[in-house]
Design a protein around this ligand. Structure first.
Ligand SMILES: Nc1ncnc2c1ncn2[C@@H]1O[C@H](COP(=O)(O)OP(=O)(O)OP(=O)(O)O)[C@@H](O)[C@H]1O
Length: 627
């Protein structure tokens, strides 16, 4: 959150507007309870001061005298004011919690809607967006000083400031308006230092959020099961504890410096003068009071002055909540704003329905650079993928194979050039419709913590009820037997921590993902893309999968990305990608005959399988080995 006053004011105003989401009835009730909590302490000191003033007359009049009766009435009034405060304070807390949770729920919805809104994923990967989102989402997730808390805190301030105003009125009426104004001024000065300091503190925390992210990452390494294996096996405990300590201090030391500068010095600078004013008023009351004031007035002014001075401090129910919560909501707003401001993928022509594909997918001089990166991953790539055939893409790590798939799925748009389907720019089709035409299994496919059936059916979510189709897809990847052994078959949730949940092996998960792609094909996806589909499969499973896959994807345009040549060689066309361009393209036989990069890579892998002496020299033999 930017520290300039205009931005601060804007952020506060946004939070005030957020209050509407708490519901009119609930917010009104919270406003009223806060106003009451502002007035009741003042009523209490008025009552007790009057009580004190009436004591001499009541003592003189004795039990049962009118003065005594009046004393009792005032006492009851004071007691009522006291009891009402005790009753209303927890009520205010509960109402505040309700408003807070209601507001937070809606902020969560806003955040999710915004995160899901961009057509591609580039805005989600933006570093600044990530930092803002992480901080705001963490606060929301753990309900720590959330935007909702800021709303409840803002209303809690009503109670405090109403009280301050009422004390000032009491002092003005009973003693001196100048003293009242002086007191208000001194209290507001201290408040300014406290609140301003807290806002800046929240801002400083935002500035150090990257360092904080690293602290959280290292903490997670220590406590989360996936990292637990390697940390122990590689003996990384000492490394982890010392790195954590170093990184934590790298975050904490500037935080301490900020705290000293922002909180301590600000407090001393502002609190000093205000203390002088407070003491001056108090001395004036002490000196002039006994001569000019009645007993009631004297008690009233002393109590009101003490009460007002006590208000010049930190408000536990409002200060951190508003400072941090307002900053959290500002982060959410900025994140949402940046995402919605991201230009939607431009359609060069009015959207049109997707006709059946007949010819080719063409990456027409496509260049691509990831946002914020200098290096072009794809460089005027000219690649033609024949429709209805199986094309394999090979290339060294980082050659841009997965990037190519992300562009095809329109998760990013090319920096230059156009991707065409049968000559038509794919951006002229509605993005949802285009994506529905592609079944993609990414290398890092998602393992949804839901049933096996859902994990498969998410390949064509519109056909989630097609249990027979799910079973067919599962059978085609050879998973039927293993799944039958699960507690609830296809309905078994794939997460150990869920009731009756199960955990699958890496290879079983990969088969589930492949079944997802097959399910998409069953439901008419004309293009299927598999990124490293067999990396976790054993040799038999791989061979079986390809027999089935060829059968099931007959007529479908399939794209295989793999480092395993036993997978690649099944393709009709093989493309070697290098430095973001096509280096070679042809069938396995053609590329072997060419004796270029592909042939070299192929032989290298054969050598690894059998050793160079046994490595078959002729192509037919090599094929046999790698099958
Ligand atoms: N989200 C991203 N932001 C920035 N750079 C990225 C991103 N994703 C990938 N890259 C970079 O783009 C380059 C190509 O990555 P890509 O994943 O397409 O390679 P690949 O050919 O699929 O590699 P591999 O065989 O290792 O899977 C790499 O240098 C990588 O560092």
């Amino acid at each position: 959150m930017a520290s300039n006053p205009a931005n601060l004011l804007r952020a506060r105003w946004q939070t005030v507007r957020l209050l509407r989401r708490g519901g009119t009835g609930l917010v009104t009730a919270l406003v009223l309870t806060n106003l009451l909590l502002g007035v009741l302490p003042v009523l209490f000191i008025v009552a007790t001061s009057v009580l004190l003033g009436q004591v001499p007359a009541a003592v003189t009049g004795g039990l049962g005298s009118p003065a005594w009766d009046s004393l009792v009435t005032v006492f009851v009034g004071a007691a009522l004011a006291f009891v009402a405060q005790q009753v209303i304070t927890p009520l205010r807390t509960s109402l505040g919690d309700l408003v807070s949770r209601r507001v937070d729920q809606q902020v969560h919805d806003e955040l999710m809607a915004a995160s899901l809104s961009p057509v591609g994923i580039a805005p989600l990967e933006d570093e600044e967006n990530q930092d803002r989102l992480r901080v705001a989402a963490l606060k929301l997730q753990f309900a720590v000083q959330t935007p909702g808390d800021a709303c409840a805190g803002l209303l809690a301030l009503l109670a405090r400031y109403t009280q301050l105003l009422a004390y000032a009125v009491v002092i003005g009426v009973a003693f001196s308006w100048l003293a009242a104004a002086g007191l208000i001024l001194s209290v507001l000065l201290v408040r300014h230092s406290t609140r301003g300091g807290l806002s800046r503190y929240a801002e400083a925390r935002q500035r150090l959020s990257r360092a904080e992210r690293r602290v959280h990452y290292l903490r997670a390494l220590a406590v989360e099961p996936p990292a637990g294996k390697e940390i122990r096996v590689f003996g990384l405990v000492d490394w982890l504890t010392s790195t954590y300590r170093r990184v934590y201090l790298m975050w904490l030391r500037p935080m301490w410096a900020y705290r000293r500068r922002i909180l301590l010095w600000r407090y001393l600078i502002f609190a000093g003068p205000s203390l002088v004013v407070g003491v001056a008023v108090f001395v004036a009351v002490g000196v002039a009071g006994p001569a000019t004031l009645t007993l009631t007035q004297f008690a009233l002014v002393v109590q009101a002055t003490l009460g007002a001075i006590a208000l010049g401090g930190y408000y536990a129910e409002a200060d951190v909540q508003t400072a941090v919560g307002i900053s959290a909501y500002d982060d959410v707003r900025r994140f949402v704003g940046r995402l919605t401001a991201t230009a939607p993928a431009t359609a060069p022509a009015p959207p049109r329905p997707l006709p059946p594909l007949r010819g080719e997918l063409h990456f027409d001089r496509v260049s691509f650079r990831y946002p914020g990166q200098d290096r072009a991953v794809l460089d005027e790539l000219d690649l033609r993928i024949p429709v209805g055939k199986c094309t394999a893409i090979v290339g060294v790590n980082g050659a841009g194979k997965t990037t190519l798939v992300k562009l095809l799925a329109r998760l990013y748009e090319p920096t230059e050039g156009v991707i065409r389907a049968d000559g038509v720019d794919i951006r002229s089709y509605p993005v949802a419709q285009w994506r529905a035409a592609i079944g993609i299994i990414f290398q890092d496919f998602l393992r949804y913590e839901t049933s096996v059936a859902d994990n498969v059916a998410f390949g064509a979510v519109g056909h989630r009820d097609d249990r027979a189709g799910v079973r067919r897809a599962v059978a085609s990847v050879g998973l039927t037997d293993s799944l039958d052994r699960l507690p609830a078959g296809l309905d078994t949730p794939l997460a150990r921590h869920l009731a009756d949940g199960a955990e699958l092996s890496g290879g079983q998960w990969q088969r589930v993902a492949l079944a997802r792609a097959i399910f998409a094909v069953q439901h008419g996806a004309p293009i299927v893309v598999l990124d490293e589909p067999t990396a976790n499969l054993d040799v038999r499973a791989e061979a079986r999968f390809f027999d089935q896959f060829t059968e099931l994807t007959r007529g479908v345009t399939s794209l295989l990305i793999s480092h395993r040549f036993s997978t690649v060689r099944h393709a009709d066309v093989i493309v070697v990608l290098e430095h973001g361009r096509v280096a070679e393209q042809g069938s396995h036989e053609e590329l072997m005959a060419l004796d270029g990069r592909y042939a070299r890579l192929f032989r290298m892998q054969a050598d690894r399988v059998l050793g160079p002496e046994e490595s078959p020299s002729d192509d037919a033999g090599t094929r046999e080995v790698l099958r």
